[in-house]
Design a protein around this ligand. Structure first.
Ligand code: 1PX
Length: 218
């Protein structure tokens, strides 16, 4: 039934995100945009299942995913197959605002950079989650990971709103439940598998952006 398929699609599952990140890297370590974006879609599902207080975060993520998907499906879609080809294409064709926002406020490069920075948050957060004890607070782990990564790119209001949202994160047991891993004892080993994959995708992208001086795109 169409209805139940949709419900299933809406449900987050850690395994699925893991599988998507596995598909992200090509043989010569380029990052497939399609799978990168699919990974983010999966993560947004997770965020949505935590409640509407996270709506402002998932809305921004969805918006950025959508920008990238539009390029992927657009007439120049073949230039957007990997992050490497996207960077080359957009730079060669002067489609990126380099120093201040101008005629290309939604380039693929600057849009992906926002998600890329968030991927670092994810890596730090999942690593804390993996090594945490049963009574650890997800809100603290989340805030620490945020302060070490995304926070330095966000203005005060966003940091404030994010900090408030973190406070209502469910505790570690409920959090693990939302991940939909069975048996739940599998969460920690599964995180152990996921984190190096996410980390590698992050490192490859970071290296590419550094090489082209794109880490501060407005
Ligand atoms: C589990 C708790 C989730 C907490 C999420 C932590 C990240 C907090 C980010 C707060 C972003 C607030 C929204 C607005 C952001 C934008 O201003 C800002 C800059 O964009 P602009 O240059 O176009 O203006 N945008 C961004 O930095 C991109 C943020 C994207 C955040 C995506 C977060 C997805 C979280 C997925 C959670 C998955 C947990 C998985 C556990 C198994």
């Amino acid at each position: 039934m169409a209805g139940s398929v949709t419900a299933e699609e809406q449900k987050f599952c850690l395994k699925e995100v893991l599988d998507t990140f596995k598909l992200c890297l090509t043989e010569n370590k380029e990052v497939y945009l399609e799978h990168y974006v699919a990974g983010w879609r999966g993560l947004v599902k997770f965020l949505n299942s935590l409640g509407s207080i996270f709506g402002f975060i998932s809305k921004d993520a969805v918006n950025k995913i959508q920008i990238l998907v539009t390029y992927l499906n657009g007439e120049n879609g073949s230039q957007y197959v990997t992050v490497q080809s996207m960077v080359k294409y957009e730079l060669d064709n002067e489609l990126v605002d380099i120093t201040r926002r101008g005629s290309h406020p939604e380039s693929g490069c600057r849009t992906l950079l926002r998600l890329h920075r968030a991927l670092r948050w994810l890596e730090l957060f999942l690593e804390r989650l993996r090594t945490s004890s049963e009574d650890s607070k997800t809100s603290v782990m989340c805030a620490e990971a945020y302060n070490e990564s995304l926070a330095k790119h966000h203005p005060w209001v966003i940091r404030k709103a994010a900090g408030m949202a973190f406070c209502v994160l469910p505790g570690r047991p409920a959090f693990f439940e939302v991940m939909n891993v069975s048996p739940p004892e599998q969460v920690v080993p599964m995180l152990g598998e996921a984190i190096p994959l996410i980390s590698e995708v992050y490192q490859v992208t970071e290296g590419l952006y550094a090489q082209h001086n794109l880490l501060d795109l407005p």
